[in-house]
Design a protein around this ligand. Sequence first.
Ligand code: SF4
Length: 259
Amino acid sequence: MSGTSTIEWTEKTWNPVRGCDKISPGCKHCYAETFAERWRGVPGNAYEQGFDLRLVPEALPAPFSWRSSATVFVNSMSDLFHKDVPTEYTRRVWSVMQLADWHTYQVLTKRAAGMRAVLGGASSFPVLSNVWLGVSVEDRKYGVPRIEELRATPAAVRFLSVEPLLEDLGVLDLRGIDWVIVGGESGPGFRPMDEAWVRNIHIQCVQQDVRFFFKQWGGFPKKKAGRLLAGRTWDAMPERVRKPYPGTREAKARREAAA
Ligand code: SF4
């Protein structure tokens, strides 16, 4: 799946890798797995191999074909820092993001240590101003330690996806974090989210001057519970890159103005 997204905090998804496997409680009802496994064995379908991890080099050029500047969620159907994704392949993904720089890319992982090892190691990945790095933080045991890994990883913008929030996260150190998204689990068998857990995070974001985005309460159906917190929506986001597509009149005007 690459294209327009219904996820509240992004505009498009791009999947140069497909498939993954579960590593922590937040993965229990992984929507990507449910979706992919529905197509296992269907010849010609992008998910013919279900949720088995595979590289999709033919999807690498997709951002070049999107001419309007967009916010792009990278690997909504996988995890770029899965151990079976070779560093050289990640480098190709990086090159696309560097070249197709009229988009803003959101790279979200549960393999925070893997991300730090790849991006913070000796492999010299550039820090790109149009690439945001994020980690999932669903609980105290698995999620919260990822924040420290993220803080130690070179990045222009760092964010937390606190979804599905499974328990009270206690006191959070949000130094170096630019944005926090909070959401509850949705769908059959969802694990309910307590309002006090959300408010605890919200207060800490206000105190530590971090942008806060409340995605949804979750539940089933999720539309019923909606996304109001304290009677309003919370949609703060870091500033996105809004460069024009190269070759357009606007891009030319900008180039001339900068010359
Ligand atoms: S890491 Fe993400 S994509 Fe992978 S199984 Fe867990 S929830 Fe699904």
